[in-house]
Design a protein around this ligand. Structure first.
Ligand code: 9MR
Length: 356
């Protein structure tokens, strides 16, 4: 499923749409209203990142220049996932991932690697092989090790943080019943971190999930897991809270306390996929609430010494994944479909300017 080509309207129509939708004209990004986010972030000793849509990066000049101007960290929204890099068994396609790593280097950006072990966006050959029994558990473990080793080695020294395992817990704190758990048992998590560490000892290795911003059964399961793995000497160095929020559900509680407990384990923390969606249509009050959510997350990050990276999951509504998945919801990013700056953009700028 691709979310990349849904908004191909002329820019004027987009701008008019934004004006009608919000009742206020968002400021075009090209009208420079202050230093770029990355300049402010640098002063605050934090990386400001975005997920990057590689189709947009190839086709859209404004997207290309804005990504470079505003951010000093990038994450591949899709192209480092297993189904992208090994679409057929033993047949690799590194081109889009290589392109992103090269773009990042050219623009002085670090890269967050996303993601090595996930239950979703797995290649068809792998899921089919497990389903029909032609790939048994022992072989699957070998395949997983090869996947992690191959990908991490390829980008050795060029990935600052890897999301090694993604979304491995259910909301109640039980391990997700994925093919990894079913076939390999819970030890696949420690194995994945050990294999990734062997392939690039300097990359910071992260756990990553959604709905783990505050203190709740799911984030507590991560805390207990991280504590145990670190006590066993497993190289787990970071905890990533994705932070896909929605204003209609309220702001999560105890975000700072949650970061603090991972920090107390000696780990890094990060917000890795921040967006704040709303029920459409957009209005000024919703945009203000959204801005406050971005700001509160950023403030929690800046308030934690361990939190050195804050990444949004796309910065323009033009390419956001949200409307394609949550019917009737959207406008989740800091810029509108015409790259106009929403209040959330201003909130991020002000928060970064205020510093730690
Ligand atoms: O934004 C991504 C979207 O383009 C893909 O279609 C989708 C497939 O599952 O994955 C989205 O990114 C997800 C990320 O990799 C992990 N956390 C949740 C993100 C939003 O679904």
């Amino acid at each position: 499923m691709s979310h990349t080509n849904r908004f191909r309207m002329p820019v004027l129509a987009l701008a008019a749409g934004a004006l009608l939708a919000t009742g206020v004209a968002a400021q075009p990004a090209s009208a420079h209203g202050g230093p770029p986010l990355r300049t402010l972030a640098h002063r605050a000793d934090v990386r400001i990142g975005t997920a990057v849509d590689m189709a947009a990066l190839a086709d859209d000049r404004t997207y290309r220049s804005t990504t470079a101007r505003e951010f000093d960290s990038v994450t591949a929204e899709n192209v480092m996932k297993w189904e992208s890099v090994e679409p057929q068994r033993g047949v690799y396609d590194w081109k889009p991932a290589d392109d992103l790593v090269r773009y990042a280097r050219a623009h002085g950006q670090v890269v967050r690697g996303h993601t090595l072990v996930w239950h979703s966006q797995l290649p068809g050959w792998l899921t089919a092989g497990v389903a029909d029994g032609s790939i048994g558990a022992a072989e699957l473990r070998v395949i997983l090790r090869k996947h992690i080793t191959t990908e991490v080695k390829r980008y050795k020294g060029r990935i600052q943080q890897w999301d090694v395992v993604n979304e491995v817990f259910e909301e109640d704190g039980s391990l997700r019943n994925s093919i990894w758990l079913q076939q390999l048992g819970p030890s696949y998590i420690a194995d994945a971190f050990r294999w990734a560490h062997a392939a690039d000892p300097r990359a910071k290795l992260f756990l990553n999930d959604y709905n783990v911003e505050g203190v709740n059964p799911k984030s507590t399961a991560y805390y207990e897991l991280a504590k145990r793995l670190r006590a066993e000497g497993v190289p787990v160095q970071g905890f990533g809270a994705q932070a896909h929020l929605a204003i209609q559900y309220g702001f999560p509680g105890d975000v700072s306390a949650n970061l603090a407990r991972f920090e107390a384990l000696g780990m890094q923390t990060a917000f890795t996929e921040v967006d704040v969606r709303m029920i459409l249509p957009v209005d000024e009050a919703k945009l203000a609430t959204q801005a406050s959510y971005f700001r509160r997350l950023l403030d929690a990050c800046l308030g934690a010494r361990s939190c050195k990276s804050f990444t949004v999951w796309g910065y323009t509504d033009r390419y956001s994944w949200v409307p394609g998945v949550f019917g009737g919801q959207g406008a989740a990013t800091p810029m509108d479909e015409g790259y106009g700056r929403k209040p959330a953009y201003g909130a991020l700028g002000e928060g970064l300017a205020a510093g730690r």
